[in-house]
Design a protein around this ligand. Structure first.
Ligand SMILES: Cc1cc2nc3c(=O)[nH]c(=O)nc-3n(C[C@H](O)[C@H](O)[C@H](O)COP(=O)(O)OP(=O)(O)OC[C@H]3O[C@@H](n4cnc5c(N)ncnc54)[C@H](O)[C@@H]3O)c2cc1C
Length: 417
């Protein structure tokens, strides 16, 4: 239903507690059966549903979300987008994603606020320098934009950074990906949701998947808090809860779930127009369009499903931030929060079929999957639709943990991202 806007509409909707605004997507009751069920209404699940409909013509799809859309890691992350991973398989997947990002606002007709402001990964010792320069060369061989900056180049690109040699870990240089940057996380979820809904996908919130119906080794349905749904294909895209769900289908995944935190400062005038990350001092910092400094660090060391982390992580992250940016010493912090990230032993994701026919898993993105949202959804939709891995997804299948063909991205996965 189209809605005409006027001062009167504004007043009427305002006075009705905003109940009359046109919804961005429908809120249907679950149907008894679908061709495909996606478990998890984060960015990856919604993107999968969108591309199933758009690229493969499969529109009889439900996205089942136990909470609200984007309420998981999609709405909790620090929005860094880049593609400068070390190994060919990862570079191909993340670069595919970055290319989709570059056209995403136009494709969805929804402003996802991609801001390609440049991402620097700092080097503070000889080991860092060698690893970073190796990665720059590897990136260039894979067609990914990458530059090496010396200390003066770092200072020129980010004048507020402390490049004094008299600190614990002096800045010796950095990799720079100019096409990297940030995007608006909520908009990504909402844009994909609206696009999928417009193509007929049912997006069902407050609907938790509690089990799988499996007959003769194949999926025939899911159990949910809103009843049973029949389907022959299920894509599990549940981030921190992937291993919990897979266990309900009798599958043990090589995943560990950890809390990952982030925080923002009070808003200040624009002062920091790029993204700076440091593995060694262990912090990354950008500035949001609202003016808040957005900061994060690593995971908490223990396993947990609580969406919050420990205080000492925040203390270390602030110390690291001040070492790099003494200019921020009198800023007050506004808010901290956490998400649950699922981490694979090789810091690479799972995009995979499983031993149960019709059951597919997309997870293990750990601390860095936001940047992959469009590419992940795109190749996962292909994998589900054709029942065979997309060529870019094939290296990320479960069997790499039995063949040994691991894709170790611990270095490029960086300080969390
Ligand atoms: C603090 C923090 C900072 C981060 N920063 C970055 C960053 O800067 N850059 C980057 O690239 N990545 C970052 N990440 C990682 C990134 O957020 C995730 O990899 C990515 O968002 C995962 O998306 P998703 O759609 O798979 O997961 P989610 O958005 O978590 O979606 C999964 C959904 O599944 C739902 N679900 C779970 N169980 C069930 C069930 N049984 N039934 C129905 N629904 C269920 C959940 O409620 C959730 O909404 C960060 C993560 C955190 C926590």
């Amino acid at each position: 239903m189209k809605q005409r806007f006027s001062a009167f509409t504004l007043l009427r909707n305002g006075l009705s507690w905003h109940e009359n605004w046109q919804r961005q997507w429908r809120s249907p009751d679950p149907k008894p059966a679908y061709d495909v069920v996606i478990v998890g209404g984060g960015g990856h699940g919604l993107a999968t549903a969108y591309y199933l409909a758009k690229e493969h013509g499969i529109t009889n799809v439900a996205v089942l979300e136990k909470g609200w859309l984007g309420g998981g890691n999609t709405g909790r992350n620090t929005t860094i987008v880049r593609s400068n991973y070390l190994w060919d398989e990862s570079a191909a997947l993340y670069e595919h994603s970055l290319k989709l990002w570059e056209g995403l606002s136009a494709d969805l007709n929804y402003n996802v606020m991609l801001s390609q402001r440049g991402v620097m990964n700092l080097a503070h010792n000889l080991g860092d320098v060698r690893e970073a320069q190796r990665r720059v060369h590897a990136n260039r061989l894979n067609g990914v934009d990458a530059e090496w900056l010396d200390t003066a180049g770092v200072k020129e690109f980010c004048p507020i950074i402390n490049t004094s040699p008299d600190v614990r870990y002096p800045v010796l240089g950095a990799t720079l990906q100019r096409r990297g940057g940030t995007a608006r996380h909520d908009a990504v979820a909402w844009g994909y949701a609206r696009g999928a809904d417009a193509r007929g996908v049912d997006i069902i919130q407050n609907c938790e998947v509690t089990g799988f119906d499996i007959e003769g080794g194949a999926i025939v349905g899911v159990q949910t808090t809103r009843g049973a749904i029949r389907t022959s294909k299920v894509g599990v895209v549940a981030a921190g809860h992937n291993s919990v769900l897979a266990a309900k289908a009798g599958i043990r995944l090589p995943l560990q779930s950890h809390p990952l935190q982030a925080l923002v400062s009070e808003p200040i005038k624009p002062v920091h127009d790029c993204v700076v990350m440091s593995n060694t001092v262990h912090v990354y910092v950008s500035q949001s369009d609202k003016g808040e400094l957005v900061m994060g660090a690593g995971i908490d060391g223990y396993n947990s499903y609580a969406q919050r982390g420990s205080f000492h992580i925040i203390e270390h992250q602030m110390a690291a931030c001040l070492e790099l940016f003494p200019i921020f010493s009198r800023l007050r912090m506004l808010r901290t929060w956490g998400g649950i990230v699922d981490v694979c032993p090789d810091a690479s994701p799972l995009l995979t079929k499983t031993p149960v026919a019709g059951l597919f898993i997309n997870g293990g993105w750990g601390t860095g999957g936001f940047k992959a949202t469009p590419g992940s959804g795109h190749v996962f939709a292909h994998t589900i639709a054709r029942d065979e891995p997309h060529p870019l997804a094939a290296p990320f299948s479960l069997d790499r943990f039995t063949t040994g063909a691991l894709i170790d991205e611990h270095g490029a996965a960086a300080v969390a991202h």
